[in-house]
Design a protein around this ligand. Structure first.
Ligand code: ATP
Ligand code: MG
Length: 582
């Protein structure tokens, strides 16, 4: 790990005391474990979203805080849906968040161990080959109020089961013809324990194992044993797996990899350690944030239907999208800390996410000047060729950011909205005949408003008070407002992408009234304008964040920015502009 996940903009690193960390502490103190092992187990069927950041920070964070190790394990038990593009992006995202895995594994690394484990269950009379069709299995399963019925194949003999299972593995039967099922309890109040399937037949090529396997293990079986194989001590997952915990424990206990090292034999051939443990599953609540959709299915639809420009569209809630938007790893880690870990389901307000980004960037983003809706201000009392270089500090609260030179000349770009011919009440910026401070340069007055034939304002002509220049006696003379500017001759034209929330409603997932999240897209979630940035901003490296003074936090676009052709994305405004929208 490159730096502490808990180091925040505020510089505080309070010890985290959520219930999972308390369990870990007790397990270490009581000697149940001497080393902590966790894993992050994404299914490579899409890009990671902001919810995954919570799981990543928890899995990797706990390992780091307690001197343990965290594996990245791709849960690739569902071959039809997986894609190497997702595998690469997930690794990129985990590293970007600031974490490094101890081992990179795949559930498919253990397929032969799972197979031996299944044979053991058969030999122990705890699993059987079932010939019921998927539909029949459903009919036999019962419901929440009714017990299920035993499969007619439940009492098959061990030898017959072993033979059929071997033939399933040899590819003799078509998809869906048979399953291997655990023999647990068809009357259990927990439907997951009603003889759940452990293996299914699927003649599908797998990204790692090719066509070696026509049968694939089911998630619960593979996940529990994968954790055991890796010696995971605390298997952390979200609340929807709570009902699966009895099955998880059943798999761990009945296969008992730790007590049966012969089942781990295939690992030797791969150079993997032949030791296993007894993992404990612990559930925590998912991260939910309003104004977002997070399910992979919906994110996939947004991309597939062209409602956004790909997985890393800066409006997307994927980690790639947030990164391109200018979200920082520190901001996301701060969010996870702030939200905390519990079993309580809740929805976090979007402003909390934005607040975390502001807090990080306020502390860590250098300041620059940029004008996004330019109006020319000519300081007519300066000579045509007037040119000077002003010294600006890069950060008002942190001298270590150093200083830079900002060119100043007779013609400036200022923000169109900083001038009003007829000012509203309480106006503090420019008006005809009025004065304003030009940030770091002096006090200017507007003498003349130049309009085109259509009556639109095209230029302001004015006067710069020579006594108000930096270092002069009148430099501190009081005026009501201060505005930012760039020197027209020196500024670099820039494409500025003004992003806003992708959805207009707090709960885009709400389908009442026959609506879907597609109906709640914010038509103003992206506006592209041509602005002007000071030369020191144009020189930014891709992904460099700045505060453009008075405008917000912006990031040099990862893909499109170049110093000769700057492209900046607005990451977040300076204040929460949604607070008054209700
Ligand atoms: P989704 O259902 O959103 O498509 P998923 O749960 O199918 O996501 P996985 O790849 O299976 O995605 O998730 C990997 C890990 O991330 C799991 O341990 C899962 O519990 C966790 N995770 C997924 N979504 C969230 C979330 N919103 N908050 C916290 N953890 C999450
Ligand atoms: Mg999942």
């Amino acid at each position: 790990m490159s730096d502490s996940p808990a180091s925040t903009a505020a510089g505080e690193t309070p010890e985290k005391r959520d219930f999972i960390r308390q369990i870990v502490r007790e397990d270490l103190a009581g000697g149940k474990h001497t080393a902590i092992r966790t894993r992050f187990p994404p299914e490579p069927n899409g890009y990671l979203h902001i919810g995954h950041a919570k799981a990543i920070c928890l899995d990797f964070g706990i390992a780091a805080e307690f001197g343990g190790r965290c594996n990245l394990r791709f849960d690739d038990t569902n071959p039809a849906k997986e894609d190497p593009e997702f595998v690469a992006a997930i690794q990129d995202d985990v590293r970007w968040l600031g974490f490094q895995w101890a081992e990179l594994r795949h559930a498919s690394d253990y397929f032969d161990v799972y197979y031996l484990a299944a044979q053991k269950l058969i030999r122990d009379g705890k699993a059987f080959v079932c010939d019921l069709s998927a539909e029949e299995v459903r009919q036999y399963r019962g419901s929440l109020t009714e017990p299920g019925r035993d499969s007619p194949y439940r009492e098959r003999g061990v030898e017959e089961n072993l033979d059929l299972f071997a033939r399933m593995r040899a590819g003799e039967f078509p998809d869906g013809a048979r399953t291997l099922r655990a023999k647990i309890d068809m009357a259990s109040g927990n439907i997951n324990l009603r003889d759940p399937a452990l293996y299914r037949i699927k003649h599908v090529e797998h990204q790692n194992t090719g066509d070696a396997w026509p049968i694939y293990p089911m998630y619960d079986f593979a996940h529990a044993l994968g954790d055991a194989v890796e010696g995971i001590t605390h298997s952390l997952c979200t609340l929807e797996f709570e009902d699966h915990r009895p099955l998880y424990d059943w798999c761990v206990d009945n296969v008992d990899l730790a007590g049966h090292p012969e089942l781990l034999e295939p690992l030797l051939a791969r150079g993997l350690p032949k030791e296993a443990g007894k993992p404990r599953q612990i559930e925590f609540s998912r991260l939910n944030i309003n104004y977002t959709v997070m399910s992979k299915r919906k994110l996939t639809t947004l991309v597939g239907e062209g409602l956004v420009d790909g997985w890393d569209d800066p409006r997307m809630y994927t980690l790639q999208g947030l990164r391109r938007r200018g979200y920082t790893p520190a901001a996301l880690r701060l969010l996870v800390d702030r939200v905390g870990i519990s079993k309580q389901n809740s929805v976090i307000d979007f402003s909390v996410l934005e607040g975390c980004l502001r807090e990080d960037l306020d502390a860590h983003a250098p300041r620059r000047m940029a004008v996004i809706d330019p109006l020319k201000l000519v300081l007519a009392n300066l000579p045509e060729d007037h040119e000077e270089s002003l010294t600006f500090s890069n950060h008002p609260k942190d001298e270590s950011f150093g200083q830079r030179q900002v060119p100043f000349s007779r013609e400036l770009w200022i923000e169109r909205e900083d001038f009003a011919e007829v000012p509203p009440k309480g106006w503090k910026r420019l008006v005809p005949g009025g004065e304003v401070r030009l940030r770091g340069a002096g006090i200017a007055r507007v003498d003349e408003v130049v309009k085109n034939d259509a009556g639109e304002i095209v230029e302001l002509r004015g006067w710069l008070d020579p006594e108000s220049r930096p270092g002069m006696e009148g430099a501190n003379r009081k005026v009501k407002g201060t505005i930012h500017w760039v020197s027209a001759r020196h500024a670099v034209e820039a494409e500025i992408r003004l992003y806003d929330r992708l959805f207009t409603v707090a709960d885009p997932d709400d389908e009442s009234g026959g609506k879907s999240y597609r109906d709640h897209l914010n038509p103003d979630s992206r506006r592209t304008v041509t602005g002007h940035v000071e030369p020191a901003a144009a020189q930014a490296a891709p992904e460099q964040s700045f505060q453009f003074e008075r405008l917000g936090y912006f990031v040099a676009d990862r893909r499109d920015h170049a110093p000769a052709r700057p492209v900046f994305n607005r990451s977040v405004t300076l204040r929460d502009t949604w607070a008054d929208k209700g």
